[in-house]
Design a protein around this ligand. Structure first.
Ligand code: AMP
Ligand code: MG
Length: 395
């Protein structure tokens, strides 16, 4: 059986990249840039004042301690000075206003004494002070955002400040979720007969939504023919299929044969990990299918460890894996005679990670409170308080 590192290596060897599309910047939050974005302008666009005050030309022969500077005009943000600045005089200027070409230095209004139309400077000044220089952030044509970047609100703000209105991003993979099982009750009244509330569908849809993916979703009874048909239908509309349940070796586990009947080939089935040992990954040309175990905790953990990075890689995201970090364990954890990698719900507190206690693969409570997965490697039988553990930060 593969261990999780081997399984992941195989997974990333089978990534089919999505196509690209050009969209409006205002709709790009959460998307991945499909090409390098170069700045069409210099930024700042012009020399501008960083404060409210007075702009003037610093003249080293001038004795600023004793002399008064006359103030010959005013420039507000958005104004352009008319260029009629008398030699040796200052202009009143406000934050963000363009510095008139003849001037080079700004003093804050707090540092001057005003007398009628003149000011005297109460503080030593340096050439160019309080001036935001044109192009000091980025020059025209320079790289603004790299290909493969995740677009967040700050990215949007930055690109908007450069006048960019449209960008080319990776198409979002089309994802279809099928939850299999005969045991789902449609309402509380149905529970008496041994049914349960279905929970994987909403959970997966929410996790995908966080990745800006609006997945379609349906339930399917444990019936080979029905599942086969649903997979065939989904194939036309989706790039990635996520099937929950029915992936082990029980008499009612039809995920593998239903995918095979549709031309999917198994890349790997079963990983030396807990939870999520029955995990299946299969491919049919550029389409991918994940068979996740039905147990909700295993579903969520396999999603974070395999599905999410795979979808990120499809979109060409450069950092497609979740961020890893190292923390000292706040408590002890002992494996019961098991050489699998264990993924544990963890809660970071300062520089420690607490390994949350209820860890059965059917139980979600601790994962609901977690902000990371702690990785207990195959060959580590025991984690002691204070031991360093690798964690994967949850999005
Ligand atoms: P399976 O992998 O289909 O054998 O299911 C393993 C366990 O997960 C069983 O206890 C199922 O009842 C449970 N399970 C399967 N699918 C779901 C689901 N969509 N929501 C909640 N529990 C599920
Ligand atoms: Mg089942």
């Amino acid at each position: 059986m593969l261990n999780y590192k081997e399984a992941k290596d195989l997974l990333f060897q089978h990534v089919s990249k999505t196509a690209t599309e050009t969209i409006q910047l205002c709709h790009a939050e959460g998307r991945i840039t499909a090409e390098d974005i170069r700045s069409p302008v210099a930024h700042p666009l012009f020399d501008q004042s960083a404060v409210d005050g007075y702009a003037f030309k610093l003249n080293n022969d001038h004795n600023y301690d004793n002399d008064w500077l006359s103030v010959s005009g005013e420039v507000k943000a958005g104004d352009m000075s008319d260029g009629q600045i008398e030699d040796g005089s200052a202009v009143r200027i406000f934050t963000g206003a363009r510095i008139p070409d003849e001037l080079d230095t700004v003093i804050m209004q707090e540092d001057v004494t005003v007398n009628g139309d003149s000011i005297s400077l109460n503080k030593e000044v340096k050439l160019g002070q309080h001036v935001r220089k044109a192009a000091e952030q980025i020059k025209e044509g320079e790289l603004a955002i790299k290909k493969g970047s995740h677009i967040n609100p700050a990215t949007i703000g930055f690109l908007a400040s450069l006048g960019i209105k449209e960008i080319t991003v990776a198409k979002t993979p089309a994802v279809h979720i099928i939850v299999t099982g005969n045991e789902f009750a449609s309402d509380a009244a149905g529970l008496a007969s041994g049914k349960i509330f279905e929970s994987n569908g909403e959970m997966l849809a929410a996790a995908l939504k966080k990745m800006s993916i609006n997945a379609s979703f349906e339930e399917c009874a444990d019936d080979l023919k029905l599942l086969q048909e649903k997979i065939a239908e989904a194939n036309d509309q989706s790039d990635v299929l996520i099937i929950s349940g029915g992936v082990s070796v029980g008499d009612y586990d039809f995920t593998v044969p239903a995918l095979e009947a549709n031309g999917y080939e198994t890349v790997f089935h079963k990983v030396k990990q807990k939870p999520g040992k029955p995990l299946l990954f299969s491919k049919k040309e550029d389409k991918a299918a994940f068979g996740l175990p039905g147990n909700p905790r295993a579903v969520m953990i396999c999603f974070y460890q395999y599905v999410l990075p795979y979808l990120n890689a499809m979109a060409g995201k450069s950092s497609y894996q979740l961020t890893e970090a190292v923390f000292a364990s706040a408590n002890n954890y002992k494996k019961k005679d098991d050489d699998r990698t264990h993924f544990l719900a963890g809660k970071i507190n300062g520089n420690e990670v607490e390994l949350l206690e209820i860890q059965g693969s059917h139980m979600m409570m601790s994962l609901a409170a977690a902000d990371c997965l702690a990785v207990n490697p195959e060959d580590t039988l025991e984690i002691k308080k204070g031991d360093l553990v690798n964690v994967v930060l949850l999005p």
